[in-house]
Design a protein around this ligand. Structure first.
Ligand code: COA
Length: 396
């Protein structure tokens, strides 16, 4: 029985502000599930034609699925939002691309006809659940993954510097400083306001505040200041706190719908899903994987990088971003890439970052009606890349 695929569109995307992990972080006293609930409520409030009973699945990417992030968070949060018993939900893990995979699974569900409307998102509280917490790797995992550096993402970035010495520390610092500058300009211009849902939180010292701004950006970053930062992953190495993403807390959620359903409801969607691909590489240089993933997605879409008007590339580390841009045929400062800055400035709460890329792309599509196609792409610990291609529906 042959069947047509349904067109899948993004209706809206929201996120929490991103916090620094740890006691000085804005979410130190806020649970991961409590980061999600306000997003669910906000999505329904902002989109009055959508009611909770229309949400046919609630798919959440989460890396460390233990403690407050365990117990199938995607199922529980809809009940915490007081939506009753009838909203199914699940949690999935592809480390940093857990949330992008949630969006990818969501598009496949809708394309295949399994659902008409769902929420996909990602959450990570790296302050409460530190990277690798309670993990018990197989005794052979170091051997099969190419050595111990495969387990430490900073070391994988050092490995890229070593294996591809044309990407120097100076280039990584220049890239990072530019990222902070772009983020500062975007924040000052109010670009984050529409997507950030504010939350009242308690801080470590017991005072309360409204968390409505990202905590990680360092607006006054200069190349000079980055030059002499410590290299925690290798003695006399190249990767520093300044040219890496940080340790962060945050959540981001996206509403997906079949295009058919939007017509029935009279909703104007932002962008249409075109193609996705996932690819895997040597885990000791995991950051290079967006290249094969993007090449594969472009091939499926019948498009090339020249067709991409906006590129949202997750910056786990400046060096892997530089490698990916170069190998995909772009300059380090290509104006299509991370126009509002990237994870080096905003932070990288692992599984929350994929939907954050989708939220930024949606915002940029709104701002640039002349842009037709966009790419969301990211690398993943253990050596994977995930890429999604989208078409702007608000275009000319
Ligand atoms: C790199 C890393 C170890 C740094 O952690 P940290 O030491 O807690 O980072 P900090 O924010 O305290 O920064 C360290 C220092 O650099 C300085 N610094 C950081 N960014 C800076 C910037 N843009 N400009 C100037 N100084 C900066 C800080 O002020 C701090 O200085 P201090 O030691 O004098 O206080 C941590 O962020 C990390 O592990 N990142 C990678 C996360 C990861 O692997 N994610 C998964 C990706 S796949």
């Amino acid at each position: 029985m042959g069947r047509e695929l349904n067109n899948v569109v993004v209706i809206d995307a929201v996120r929490t502000a991103f916090g620094r992990a740890g006691e000085k972080g804005i979410f130190w006293k806020t649970r991961a599930d409590d980061l999600i609930v306000p997003l669910l409520k906000a999505l329904i409030k902002r989109n009055p034609k959508i009611t909770p009973d229309m949400i046919e699945d609630n798919i959440w990417g989460v890396t460390n699925q233990v403690k407050e992030q365990g117990g199938t968070i995607g199922r529980v949060v809809s009940m915490l939002a007081d939506w009753g018993y009838e909203i199914p939900g699940c949690s999935i893990d592809r480390m940093c691309a857990g949330g992008l995979t949630a969006v990818g699974f969501g598009t496949s569900y809708i394309a295949s006809g399994m659902a008409d409307c769902l929420i996909a998102g990602g959450v990570e509280h790296m302050g409460h659940l530190i990277m690798g917490f309670m993990r018990d790797p197989h005794p052979r995992s170091e051997e099969v993954m190419g050595g111990p550096s495969a387990f430490n993402m900073g070391m994988t970035a050092e490995n890229i510097h070593e294996r591809f010495p044309e990407f120097t520390k100076e280039m990584a610092d220049r890239y990072a400083a530019k990222c902070q500058l772009k983020a500062d300009e975007a924040i000052k211009a109010g670009k984050m306001k529409d997507m950030i849902i504010s939350l009242e939180v308690e801080l470590a010292d017991g005072t309360r505040m409204v968390a409505d701004k990202d905590q990680p950006p360092r607006p006054n970053t200069t190349i000079e200041a980055l030059k002499d930062l410590k290299t925690p992953f290798r003695e006399n190495g190249n990767v520093t706190a300044g040219n890496a993403s940080g340790l962060n807390d945050g959540a981001c959620a996206v509403i997906l719908m079949s295009e058919e359903k939007t017509k029935e409801l009279g909703i104007k969607p932002v962008m249409r899903w075109i193609a996705s691909a996932v690819a895997a590489v040597d885990p000791t240089v995991m950051g290079i994987a967006p290249v094969p993933a993007t090449q594969k997605a472009l091939k499926k879409a019948g498009l090339t990088m020249d067709d991409m008007d906006i590129v949202e590339l997750n910056e786990a580390f400046a060096v892997q971003a530089l490698y990916c841009l170069d190998r995909l045929g772009m300059k380090w400062d290509d104006p299509r890439v991370n126009r509002w800055g990237g994870s080096i400035a905003y932070g990288h709460p692992l599984a929350a970052s994929g939907p954050r890329l989708v939220a930024f792309l949606a915002g940029l599509f709104k701002e640039h009606p002349d842009a037709k196609y966009g790419l969301s792409t990211m690398c993943v610990g253990r050596g994977q890349g995930y890429s999604m291609i989208w078409e702007n529906l608000l275009g000319k």
